[in-house]
Ligand binder design. Structure first.
Ligand code: GAL
Length: 387
């Protein structure tokens, strides 16, 4: 709960900036109406928030932070989770439109599956904000708040290279790395636009080391389709890792040095498979370098314990704040400020976006990045469980 309290504090600061015309990140580019009436929203203005799943703690934190931020700004909120089921999410969005929502904030399960809902939203004059994941194939996406997703992939590959001693943490090559080091590659869900950006950032970063023979994907599974993990499921990643260990690494993992993983849930499945054939149990004792994303508490503990090498921290409190700020901009008749108007072509239009930066977390900066910032407490990191 402390995290969400801080999110509200951050939001209040952002709103204060906006109110003073400070032009803070994501502040509206055109001012709120000044016709004498307050720009504060009527208490009955409804905002619909559609989140993908509660099986990952990040989406629970996102949903709570967005809801609390919107409520603090005076809106009514309909927050729904869809159990990673596409028809459930489309029905939820339909219901929000029917209920009279004025803005929809949507983290899509399948980025291509909401076209008819968004047409109905546009017809009803509802603004649509894509949250974290781009919604594709629709001209009716008004704004996108997210992190720099290509940079996430670069950071994951850099953390893999650094963990293996090929580069330093800034990506600078270290001496003459040994040739023929075996790694395996995992990707996210192909229907999530982010998965493609994470992959591209990572592969662009690893490519020179494939080209000069430093790295080898021994299984030969080098396409995103081969590496993909439908719905980002931990057990699917565990099963694929087990199969790779059997088919390619003699059932023992011998010679496997690193695994590119784009999300902490997958990382934990991969690590379970690696430890299951007797590797490790720690990196110091020979566990391959495994990357991650989201700073989920179970993975932060594994990083502290020398089991998972790294994660990419995306401060979802800031993302929630951006979503709320963008909502306010739309509902006061303005347009949210974008800081990227080129990257996110959804197949129909380039969606104006606000991108937030990301941070790589290793064991030695957990304190600074996650505990000192109030994202997790020291006790949570110690136990690996969110309180
Ligand atoms: C992505 C998101 C990641 C991770 C993943 C699995 O879209 O950007 O941070 O959460 O989904 O949930």
């Amino acid at each position: 709960m402390r995290r969400f309290g801080l999110a509200i504090a951050g939001l209040a600061a952002a709103l204060a900036l906006t109110a003073c015309g400070g032009g803070g990140a994501g502040a509206p580019t055109s001012a709120a109406p000044t016709t004498g009436e307050s720009s504060a929203p009527a208490g009955d203005t409804l905002v619909g928030v559609a989140m993908p799943t509660q099986t990952s703690e990040r989406w629970i934190a996102d949903g709570n932070a967005v809801k609390e931020g919107l409520e603090a700004a005076g809106y009514k909120v309909d927050l729904q989770y869809a159990n990673d089921d596409i028809p459930t999410q489309t029905q939820q969005v339909d219901a929000m439109i029917t209920a009279g929502a004025k803005v929809l904030i949507i983290a899509a399960i399948d980025g291509t599956a909401l076209t008819s809902q968004l047409q109905a939203a546009a017809d009803a004059g509802i603004k649509v904000i894509a949250y974290d994941r781009l919604i594709r194939d629709s001209g009716n996406v008004d704004f996108y708040v997210t992190f720099d997703n290509y940079a996430v992939g670069v950071a994951q590959a850099t953390a893999l290279l650094a963990g293996m001693g090929v580069t330093d943490r800034d990506g600078a090559k270290q001496g003459t790395p040994e040739k023929g080091q075996n790694i395996e590659l995992f990707a996210g869900s192909l229907d999530d636009n982010n998965a493609h950006l994470f992959w591209k950032g990572a592969i662009d970063t690893l490519q020179p080391y494939f080209d000069d023979g430093t790295l080898v994907v021994k299984s030969g599974q080098t396409t995103i389709e081969q590496a993909a993990t439908l719905r980002w499921l931990q057990e699917t990643a565990q099963k694929r890792m087990e199969d790779l260990l059997t088919s390619t690494y003699g059932g023992t993992g011998e010679g496997l040095k690193g695994v590119l993983s784009p999300y902490d849930g997958l990382s934990r499945g991969i690590i379970t498979a690696l430890q299951g054939v007797g590797m490790g149990p720690t990196i110091t004792k020979g566990l391959p370098i495994v990357t991650g994303q989201d700073a989920e508490i179970a993975s932060v503990k594994l990083i502290k314990d020398d089991i998972q090498s790294s994660t990419i921290f995306k401060d979802t409190r800031n993302l929630a704040t951006q979503a709320v700020t963008a909502t306010q901009a739309f509902l006061s008749g303005g347009t949210p400020e974008a800081n990227d108007t080129e990257t996110y072509d959804n197949g129909v239009k380039v969606v104006p976006s606000y991108l937030l930066p990301v941070v790589t977390v290793y064991a030695d900066n957990i304190q600074k990045e996650l505990i000192d910032t109030g994202y997790w407490t020291a006790e949570e990191v110690e136990s690996g469980v969110a309180s």
